[in-house]
Each structure stands twice: as C-alpha cells, then as structure tokens.
Design a protein around this ligand. Structure first.
Ligand code: SF4
Length: 356
C-alpha cells in the first residue's frame, strides 16, 4: 500500500535544490509516490530534471496536451496521470501509449466527480446534489464515476495497453466509497483511492478516514492520498494514521492478510489532550516534534503527556514518554521516570533517548 502526496506549488529550476531535502524528508515519513502538476512543457523540463535528482518515484499529472506527456517520459518519471479521453485524437493517444509501453511507465486515469463528462452529468442531472434515480441510465454519481472510468479504460483496451491505475474521486464520502467498492467488484485494475477536495486539516482528515478506512479494510486500494488544504507532510502523517487504523480493524475482524498489507512500522504517537492539571506543553511539543517523530526509522510508541499525576501511569505502555511538573520535565520509559531535566534541556534529552 503506497502513500502518495502532491507537490503544492509550481516549481522552477531555482527551486530544485531546496526541493530535494524536502522530498527526502517526505520519503523518510513514509511517502512512496509524489505527484506534480505539469501544466506545460516548461514544467515538464523542471519536473523531469527533479526526477533525475531524487530516488522518490514522481508522478507527472497532465491534462490536454499529449506533448507534455511525451516529454515527461524522456525523464525517469515513475507514472503519468493522464486521461486518454482528454488528449485529443487517436494518433495522440497512440503516441502516448506507445511511449509508456516502451518505457514500462504506468498510466493513471483520474476521474473526478467535479469534472465528469457533460453527457454523464446531464443524463443523471448531476448538477444537483440529488443522487436518486432520475430515469436516466445511472443510479447515482458513483455509477457516473465508474462509467467515466470505464470509458477511459476502453480506450486503453483498444490499444492493448494494460499498465493502468484508476482513481475515482469525489468530495463526498459516500460517493467515494460506493464508486470504489463497485469498481473493485467489477475489475482487478489497481486503484488509487482518496477523497478529493476533502477540506482543511480537520475536516479533510475526518472525511478521508471515514471513506478510506472501510475501503482499506475490504482490501480495496493500492495507493492512497489524503488530499488536504494543508502541508504534504500532514497528508503523509494522515495517510499513515488511516492505514494504521484500518490495519487494526482488519486484524480485529480476523483479516490477517489485509492487516499485514496495511500495517506499517514507525512511531506511534500518544499524546494527552491536556487539561487544567498540565505541567508540560503537550500541544507545543507535539507540533514541534511530529515531523521528526514520523520520520524515525523505528517501530516504537512515544507518549507526550501533560502532567506527572496521570501521564507516566496512563502511558506506561509507551516505550518512551515525556511529561512535566513545575519547572521540571520528566522522561520516562514504560511508566518509570528515567530523567528529570529543565524545560530548556527537554528537546535535546528527548532526542538523545530516541537515539537521534
Ligand atoms: Fe490532564 Fe494530565 Fe491527563 Fe493530560 S495527562 S489530560 S494534563 S490529567
């Protein structure tokens, strides 16, 4: 199960040197695929150059112009996202598929509820929020999504191109779940799953969890993205947490194979919500430490607790914990305090205990 995120800005050549360490950081956090919008040939040159500088597999996201797709495939791009239905005539489709086949580059078809073909929208009256049957061909938006994906797949079939991944995204949890369930029941084509335009951090994580956990527990999905109006790093952290939750549920319901497929190593962070007893700023410490913790190549649980009264005891299952009392900070392992330090020494001592 591969976690994907998407670069949020337009890149120029002068940005590349700075982009490399950030991409390396994303890889350490568990990101396995990084997508870039490639709106024109200049962008293809920049993303192509970047693909030569990093080991992270890059996905080039292209609309309309088949020449951009062709140029991207001159570089070590791992995947192309393009819909054959929107790049023009047969010769253009043939040129892209021939090059992808020659270079063994998979192509992702991306179907989005917000940009369904006009005839499908009209047939189902999808300009309204109503998803009930209207006497048209489709029972709901999910079926329109599938129909749109199948149209694109039919074009690939016509050319005998099989190295395909499909994504069908909607901003509605129900449409996302239903469309992916239905398509997974009809085909073995690999699926990239996610809720599109899921929202800002809190709403986006809640909606994505509600849609992705049931799909993952059912064994649906090969790559996933949590699309947030927030940072790439938070998208990756959210995806990791969603995979972890889905793995626990799969395991609980006896689906050992699915659980093993979803489970990832790495740090499990426990932190208390904080209350009036607090003697340690859990919120500040968590936000400062999360990216570093999620980048650790260790499978351990870490507790960030607000007070000495409940912290070490409630988090005694944690391999390493931190809390505070008065002007002192306590570091503990499995409930036992191993260090008492000043607040100013906390970060350095914590890093030392983590072996960083
Ligand atoms: Fe409150 Fe302490 Fe519990 Fe945190 S650990 S919620 S500060 S009682």
């Amino acid at each position: 199960m591969v976690i994907q995120t998407m670069w949020k800005d337009r890149l120029s050549f002068s940005d590349l040197e700075g982009a490399v360490p950030r991409i390396e950081g994303l890889a350490r956090m568990g990101c396995g695929l990084l997508r870039f919008a490639v709106p024109d040939l200049d962008a293809a040159e920049v993303v192509g150059r970047l693909a030569q500088m990093v080991s992270m597999p890059l996905v080039a996201d292209i609309h309309f112009d088949y020449k951009i797709a062709l140029r991207c495939m001159d570089f070590p791009i791992a995947k192309i996202r393009v819909n054959p239905g929107n790049i023009g005539g047969k010769e253009k489709v043939r040129a892209v598929l021939d090059r992808a086949a020659e270079k063994n580059i998979p192509i992702r078809i991306g179907v989005n509820a917000g940009s369904l073909p006009q005839d499908l929208r009209e047939e189902k009256n999808l300009t309204t929020e109503d998803t009930e049957f209207h006497g048209g061909k489709f029972k709901d938006r999910a079926e329109a999504l599938i129909e749109a994906a199948e149209r694109e797949l039919a074009i690939f079939d016509e050319y005998g191109f099989t190295n395909v991944v499909v994504s069908m995204k909607a901003s509605s949890v129900a449409d996302t779940v239903r469309a992916n369930r239905l398509l997974a029941g009809r085909t073995n084509v690999p699926l990239h799953i996610g809720v599109t335009e899921a929202g800002p951090l809190i709403a986006g994580v809640a909606r994505s969890s509600a849609a992705l956990v049931p799909l993952l527990v059912e064994g649906i999905g090969d790559t996933l993205r949590v699309s947030l109006s927030d940072s790439m790093e938070n998208e990756v952290i959210a995806a990791r947490e969603i995979l972890g939750a889905a793995a626990e549920i799969a395991s609980l319901s006896g689906q050992a194979e699915t659980a093993a497929r979803l489970r990832r190593g790495g740090v499990t962070v426990i932190s208390c919500p904080r209350c009036g007893r607090y003697g340690f700023d859990t919120h500040g410490f968590s936000s400062r430490w999360l990216p570093r913790l999620y980048a650790l190549d260790k499978t351990i649980s870490v507790a960030i607790m607000g007070c000495e009264v409940n912290g070490p005891e409630e988090a005694r299952h944690a391999d390493l914990g931190i809390t505070g009392t008065g002007d002192k900070v306590l570091i503990f392992r499995h409930g036992k305090v191993i260090r008492t330090i000043s607040a100013a020494e906390a970060d350095a001592a914590f890093a030392e205990e983590l072996g960083m």
